[in-house]
Design a protein around this ligand. Sequence first.
Ligand code: F6P
Length: 341
Amino acid sequence: MRAAVLTGGGDCPGLNAVIRAVVRTVHNAGGETLGLQEGWRGAVEGTYEVLDPMKTDEILPRGGTILGSSRTNPYKDPELVGKVIETVDKLGIDALIAIGGDDTLGVASRLYEDHKLPTIGCPKTIDNDLSSTDFTFGFDTCLNTVMDAVDRLRTTAESHRRVMVVECMGRHAGWITCFAGIAVAADAILVPEIEADLDEICTRLKRRKSEGKHYGIVMVSEGARIKGEMVTQSGEIDEFGHVQLGGIGKHVANVIEDQTGIETREVTLGHLQRGGSPSAYDRVLGTRLGIHAGRLALSGDFGKMVALRGLQIVAVPLAEAVGQMRTLYPEFMAEAEEFLR
Ligand code: F6P
């Protein structure tokens, strides 16, 4: 049995844990695994390397992906889809495991539905915005990175009696901002799912100052909206049609400084949130998902995505898992709001 694995979309810590587990699981059953390079680009161009347990044994603690990643979308052009089919035939791939977010897995799902290609999905993203799985790997490491950064920002904010506005990734879902906001005891949390009331936040910050708290931490999602509008800087669009987000933190910081008179600084954490070595949780989750993806490949159970449900790893139809972004559940913000008064 010959499996192939690819990693697509924005990278995140834990990808190498999945690759290593797929390779080991397939090898243990007498099969071999090819690593397609740079996401769907490798499937289009037929670029790959042969992976084995020796080659992948040391990669568990490494961030990023040894295979490289890209936002290549074969469905941009029917000719590219034809090339993916050709690669699968030419390389004799019996199972194609795509590790990715909604875009990468959306391609895997369509290839299965339209052409019966033997695809299997494995969910990843720091954004935690995939439906059908409780958590995506990468999210936990990202939260720890944000928490560590804000703990550092807090000491300087306190010394200078400033408000620090921290812009977090997460696209149109507030998982990172809300969870990190709870973990750092933020004074305000702005997520895309809830219309931000900047006037109320400014009043809160002023009141807290008058009560003796001389600094503030405000967490803002890159996709949060002010008066229904997103704030973006670049306007760049990727192959899947997503606009590049970022810039709202600066806007929020300006409003806070103007309205409260408190000196305010803004920090955009950006790609720091995707880097570094995976946490223990993400290593274990990535490993478990990889083992189960490998098992699906060995049993020929295609068109499925491995997912975490409670404590179990289960297989769900890829078609059900993609296309519907999972936004932050309101109960998490309701819990956070106990401290946001
Ligand atoms: O989906 C992961 C993510 O990090 C988002 O949170 C962010 O908006 C986007 O990718 C950034 O993409 P890029 O690396 O292409 O700038």
